[in-house]
Design a protein around this ligand. Structure first.
Ligand code: FPP
Ligand code: MG
Length: 346
């Protein structure tokens, strides 16, 4: 059953995943754009830039597809090609997307990153002091929109993600260039910085359609497994010279981050190799030769392939949860999203 679910989904595109909620995503785009407006020329300029350089919108897709999946389970009528999501689901999607957007603006300040998705970052264009404020603004705007609509259960469901994201970012900073970052540390970091928000996105979709507690908890587990896989793939792509992420390869090494492909190698190699890798890691911020040295060792030892096996276990867990739901275009889209996470190169 699981295999069957999964094999229908080879070589998927985001377009195919969006198909069952295409009309909703269009309406959602307008709704979201309405939130990116403010008083003041500079604030508006920054918000326009942020909106224009928006990402793939994976989180709103998860919110909507999980809402649709749980509604299908509740035997509500969902009509393909029409707008099916309620205002509450749009609101949930908007809050997670804006929270995510704010977190990346702050992350670029922390990482001193010049670019995001191949375009200049907000801090590169308007300096960190303005970027931190636009991040705060977006976060505040999202939460106040939720409060003003009196959707308190959704706001309280989503707001907890902010503290987890902050914990993850602090933990990651603490471990940067630390020679003792273990697999356990890594898994905790990626849960907090990425999987927690995908988990909240999936379960917020369920909450938005008043799904049962059991469905909310299943969606939370689904989003967590998908999110773990998503971040592991991100970390694998960082070691790929042919990926199209909009970031230079080996950015993580330059930022001193020990991620799964390298952890897999460190777990296999002997003491002397380990000492040399860790010595080089400390120099990666300024020494390209050390970056190449670690990249070559990860390539030669198959670090990315080993990390991909760990990622696959998370994807299998996510698909297994979906297999408990009735077949529907939404379930197929979510299964395809699982396949997309594994196959993507950007
Ligand atoms: C990207 O990591 C960063 C995150 C997923 C989380 C960032 C969270 C915060 C800055 C906490 C503050 C949160 C809010 C809501 C204001 P990365 O640097 O590994 O990825 P990248 O390569 O895409 O930059
Ligand atoms: Mg970063």
């Amino acid at each position: 059953m699981l295999r069957a679910l999964y094999t229908i989904s080879t070589m998927v595109t985001l377009e195919s995943i969006r198909t069952p909620i295409a009309a909703d995503l269009e309406a959602f785009g307008e709704f979201l754009e309405g939130q990116f407006q403010a008083d003041g020329h500079l604030m508006n300029q920054m918000l326009s830039h942020v909106m224009a350089t928006r990402g793939k919108g994976v989180r709103p897709m998860i919110v909507m597809l999980c809402a649709a999946l749980c509604s299908a389970a509740n035997k509500r009528q969902w009509v393909e090609g029409e707008r099916n999501c309620s205002k509450r689901t749009y609101l949930a999607a908007m809050m997670v997307e804006m929270l995510h957007t704010a977190s990346l603006i702050h992350d670029d300040i922390i990482d001193n990153a010049d670019s995001r998705r191949g375009k200049p970052s907000v801090n590169a264009l308007w300096q960190s002091r303005n970027a931190v404020l636009v991040g705060d603004y977006i976060l505040a705007k999202a939460m106040s929109a939720g409060m003003q609509s009196a959707q308190y259960d959704l706001v309280s469901h989503i707001i907890g993600a902010v503290t987890t994201l902050c914990e993850g970012e602090v933990l990651q900073g603490q471990h940067a260039r630390e020679v003792d970052t273990t697999r356990q540390d890594y898994l905790e970091i990626i849960y907090k910085k990425t999987a927690s928000l995908l988990s909240i996105s999936a379960s917020a979709g369920a909450v938005s359609v008043m799904a049962s507690r059991e469905d909310v908890s299943q969606m939370r587990r689904f989003g967590e497994a998908l999110g773990m896989a998503f971040q592991i793939q991100d970390d694998i792509l960082d070691y790929s010279r042919s990926a199209q992420t909009g970031k230079p390869a080996n950015n993580d090494l330059r930022e001193g981050k020990i991620t799964l492909p390298l952890i897999e190698v460190l777990e296999q190699c002997d003491e002397a190799e380990r000492a040399e890798i860790l010595r080089r890691l400390k120099m990666c911020a300024t020494d390209e030769e050390s970056v190449d040295y670690i990249q070559n060792i990860v390539e030669a030892t198959g670090g990315a392939a080993m990390a991909a096996r760990t990622m696959q276990r998370y994807v299998d867990r996510a698909v297994a949860i979906l297999s408990q739901y009735e077949d529907s275009p939404y379930r197929s889209a979510l299964v395809n999203l699982c396949a997309y996470v594994v196959e993507r190169n950007k």
